[in-house]
Write a protein that binds this ligand. Structure first.
Ligand code: ADP
Ligand code: MG
Length: 453
């Protein structure tokens, strides 16, 4: 039988996909599975505030999630367990107050650097190379290169990860790092106003060597908080303290933010993180499985990378789902389990890509290279035909997870070692040959929009 702790971890994995990140971080991240007695599942929470919020806002979602995971109807109860009673929780590496002052009254939890969001665990690819380089540069000499460093991109592309990585590196060099999401900054500002402690609030943020502000778009429409942040920025800037900001759009595109704050945000370097490509997703998955110490067949990882591109959080969520599903049902992870675990997540259209007809891949590749499909299955061995054939092998393996021997058969009864060689050659060549990589990305796109049954 799985322990309450394990079941709750699985539930957290699911809930992470269903609630916004600030909500998850504020209300769920620090909860634990305590025990399950009869049909009541007890969840430990750090304070009464969180217990009340979860009861009034997420009770039914949590109950449904637990019911799904446990395969029987359970109710859920929240009990307050002070952090000291919660075992083996990741230690807070840093608090917004630098670990010295006490938390402002009524605050929910102090923002911390996530111990696993470091430069070492950040996979680079074309989509994030520039942002990564800028982040590294900033940590060389905080306050003197780009100030502020402004990182923007869609949700789940690694902005927060990179922000925390900068925090860790700066902290290791002895700098005083303060981290706050714009939402937390706003909440703390409101509390400071209510409790007449605005000076303390200002002093706390002004004492930073490096100030990290996550998701600044949240300040849209919050004039007073913007004004306050602007003053803090000016002070830090004048004192050569580094600011790093993340956002889901460019400064200019944030609605209802004062001109002054926008111009301040644009003052340093603005860098973009795009959606990760297939290879980056695959590398991220390989890293995650290593960290989790689980073994997942390559074809499953390729399948996940192909279907959950564009959002690393979704990609991780999918991997979590598959591993949890396999664990709870006591089976090994394989393609069948992956498809079952993700059946309701994969959209109808995308789902069909799993069973994309091999002929379609062969045709699409051939037409991209300007040759006849018969050439791919035929004997021609000139450079163009060989390359196109190898690309077809690579894509057949990636998209449909066919066995090497099957692919060999489809492409003119070639030997499985020939197919393996072809796949490996393309996999290695796309890391050094941008033209080939572009061609393959284009074919993938064509296949994604292709109509098929
Ligand atoms: P964002 O802040 O842009 O919404 P996050 O930084 O929260 O995205 O990333 C979502 C998840 O994906 C995190 O668990 C993060 O560690 C992981 N992630 C994103 N990009 C990468 C990457 N390049 N390498 C490793 N993990 C990544
Ligand atoms: Mg983020």
């Amino acid at each position: 039988m799985n322990s309450a702790r394990e079941i709750w971890e699985a539930a957290l994995g699911e809930l992470q996909l269903q609630v916004s990140k600030p909500n998850y971080d504020t209300w769920l991240r620090e909860t634990t599975g305590v025990h399950c007695q009869g049909d009541v599942f007890v969840v430990g929470v750090p304070n009464i505030f969180i217990a009340e919020w979860l009861t009034s806002r997420l009770h039914s979602l949590i109950r449904r999630t637990l019911t799904n995971i446990m395969g029987r109807v359970v109710d859920v109860q929240f009990v307050v367990r002070p952090p000291s009673q919660v075992d083996a929780h990741p230690v807070a590496t840093l608090q917004a107050d630098g670990g010295t002052a006490t938390k402002p009254r009524g605050s929910v939890s102090a923002p911390r650097l996530n111990p696993s969001y470091t430069f070492d665990t950040f996979i680079t690819g074309e989509s994030n190379r520039l942002a990564y380089a800028a982040a590294l540069e900033v940590t060389e000499e905080p306050g003197y290169r780009y100030n502020p460093l402004f990182i923007y991109g869609d949700t789940g592309t690694g902005k927060t990860h990179l922000l925390h990585a900068i925090g860790h590196a700066a902290k290791d060099k002895g700098h005083r790092v303060l981290l706050a999401s714009a939402e937390q900054f706003t909440n703390q500002f409101i509390i400071a106003l209510k409790t007449n402690s605005i000076d303390d609030f200002h002093n706390k943020f002004r004492s930073a060597d490096v100030l990290l502000v996550d998701d600044v778009q949240f300040l849209s429409g919050k004039g007073q908080t913007q004004e306050c942040l602007l003053h803090i920025f000016n002070h830090l800037y004048d004192n050569n303290c580094q600011m790093v900001i993340t956002c889901d759009r460019t400064p200019r595109a944030i609605a209802s933010v004062t001109k002054k704050l926008k111009s301040r945000l644009e003052w340093g370097l603005i860098t973009y993180i795009g959606a990760p490509d297939f290879e980056t997703c695959l590398a991220i998955l390989e890293l995650k499985t290593k960290q989790l110490n689980i073994s997942v067949p390559l074809e499953v990882l390729q399948f996940l990378a192909a279907h959950f591109q564009h959002n690393v959080r979704g990609l991780e969520g999918a991997l979590n789902r598959v591993t949890t599903y396999a664990k709870l049902s006591g089976t090994e992870i394989n393609m069948e389990v992956a498809l079952q675990a993700l059946a309701d997540t994969i959209k109808q259209g995308t789902h069909r890509q799993v069973t994309l007809k091999p002929e379609l891949i062969i045709h699409t590749v051939a037409s991209h290279f300007g040759i006849a499909p018969e050439t791919l299955v035929g004997k021609r061995r000139d450079r163009k035909a060989s390359l196109a054939r190898q690309v077809a092998m690579y894509l057949l393996r990636e998209r449909n997870c066919f066995a090497l021997a099957q692919i060999g058969e489809m492409l003119g009864n070639r030997d499985h070692t020939t197919v393996l060689h072809g796949c490996e050659k393309i996999a290695s060549e796309i890391t050094t040959n941008p033209h080939l990589k572009k061609a393959i990305d284009e074919i993938r796109k064509e296949l994604a929009v292709e109509k098929h049954d």
